[in-house]
Design a protein around this ligand. Structure first.
Ligand code: NAP
Length: 422
């Protein structure tokens, strides 16, 4: 039975769903040996370092990932960097197909004056900071101010604003990084603005996230009812289903806002950021609005306006994505997930996306090349394989148990390696 070897670069949702799609396509004509390669010592990508820790249900998809990994023809090679340590060209020589699944983790910038000031940062740095990503432990998040501004009207902006506006003890039973919980507990921030440059009818939030907001037990959530009434008029008699659902959810918030709590999350619409003020650090944001310029004084600004992919040598990039046609890049190189289509869609979107790319790949496959695999290319021995990852995983879960947390993540690469390779 022909055995095709496929290397997948990037062990996030897109990578795992590509592996699953390959596994689902096995029959008497073809089988697949899958090597999943990851730069970090740990897999799971944004399920580990992107999903908000107060949304543990979203992380249960990791059970699916571990089922995919249990297949005897699946191997994990974590702590291995493609692009520097091993080239994409080398992988392409060895494997019948190579799939790039590296996501997009660089935050887009606004391109306005003051964006480089201390206290102005991207969600692309803030989110992995509170999620224990080893590369982001040292991100400076000044929380010594009373007001923070989050720019953007998508679900990432919502996660960020919620994390800033939550009563921090609500994070105790979560896997939020200890350094972040400590910082949030010491935080002076009490007012969090979340600003959209367009009206509520154009917001990129999804309604389940909006519907959760009134359930926050210690935070006032404030939406101006006039903003929603005007948006309902603009949206017309037959708005799209998602728009209607969003507007309904926002109207509900606007009609039942609380004011008794010390912490407040406030939505601003039709506020286009123009300038970030400050000399040595952020002091405010100037917006242009339909009523003229408005300044919000604040000491922290977090932009959550989308992501772009980081380049890997040997892979063509354009406009923050890998250059591809329906997932085909060139020869035996393919791309899936955010690196393919840009930063949109929820985790599950990657499933159908990967399945479609795998179908194309299969139509390209001829006979297996049997040219070896990554084990002949490795330049060091400190590889975290599936059994080493399982040791890390079990150790983190065990460390969380006495604290009532799902896990305590290690924030240092060497600690992770020690756990896995002991
Ligand atoms: P997004 O949904 O594309 O939202 C980006 C937001 O940034 C939009 O509101 C956009 O406004 C705004 N924006 C872009 N450029 C701007 C600028 N120059 N000035 C001001 N605002 C600007 O992106 P995201 O929030 O990063 O989320 C990425 C994907 O992950 C989405 O599909 C999202 O649903 C998903 N996600 C899901 C969850 C969840 O399910 N819980 C959590 C997090 C993320 P315009 O529309 O005006 O351009």
């Amino acid at each position: 039975m022909p055995l095709f070897k496929v290397a997948i670069v990037g062990a996030g949702p897109a990578g795992y769903f590509a592996a699953q799609a390959l596994q689902n396509q096995q029959n008497e004509d073809r089988t697949f040996a899958i090597d999943l390669i990851e730069r970090l010592p740990t897999p799971w990508g944004l399920v580990r370092s992107g999903v908000a820790p107060d949304h543990p249900k979203i992380k249960t998809v990791s059970k699916v990932f571990e089922k995919i990994a249990a297949d005897p023809n699946f191997r994990l090679f974590a702590n291995v960097e493609i692009g520097s340590e091993i080239s994409v060209a080398q992988l392409k020589e060895k494997y019948d197909a190579v799939v790039i699944a590296t996501g997009s983790h660089l935050g887009k910038s606004l391109g306005i004056p003051g964006e480089e000031l201390p206290g102005s940062l991207s969600a692309a740095d803030f989110v992995p900071w509170y999620n224990s990503h080893p590369d982001y432990v040292d991100v400076k998040v000044p929380l010594d101010c009373d007001t923070a501004v989050v720019i953007g009207a998508g679900n990432v902006a919502m996660d960020v604003a919620r994390m800033l506006a939550l009563e921090p003890s609500e994070l105790d039973p979560t896997d939020t990084a200890d350094h972040a919980i400590d910082a949030f507990k010491a935080s002076a921030v009490r007012d969090v603005y979340i600003s959209a440059r367009r009206g509520p009818e154009h917001a990129a939030f999804t309604s389940p996230e909006l519907r959760e907001l009134p359930k926050l037990e210690h935070t006032n959530v404030v939406i101006n009812k006039e903003d929603i009434d005007a948006a309902i008029v603009r949206a017309g008699a037959e708005p799209e289903k998602e728009v209607k659902s969003n507007l309904d959810a926002m109207l509900l918030i606007a009609e039942s806002q609380k004011s008794e709590h010390e912490r407040t999350m406030r939505f601003l619409f039709q506020h286009t950021p123009k300038q970030i003020l400050g000399t040595d650090r952020v002091e405010g944001v100037v917006y242009s609005t339909p009523n003229g310029d408005v300044t919000i004084k604040c000491g922290l600004v977090i932009t959550a306006i989308g992501y772009q992919a980081a380049g890997i040598d040997g892979v063509p990039y354009e406009n923050g994505k890998v250059v591809n046609t329906d997932g085909r890049v060139n020869e035996n190189l393919y791309v899936v997930g955010w690196a393919k289509r840009g930063p949109s869609g929820v985790i599950g979107t990657n499933k159908s996306d990967a399945a479609a790319v795998v179908e194309l790949m299969i139509s390209d496959l001829k006979t297996p090349k049997a040219a070896g695999d990554i084990s002949q290319l490795l330049t060091h021995q400190v590889v975290v394989d599936q059994s080493a990852w399982q040791k890390i995983n079990e150790a983190e879960v065990a460390a969380g148990e006495p604290k009532g947390k799902p896990r305590v993540k290690s924030v240092k690469r060497d600690e992770l390696l020690k756990l896995g390779l002991s």
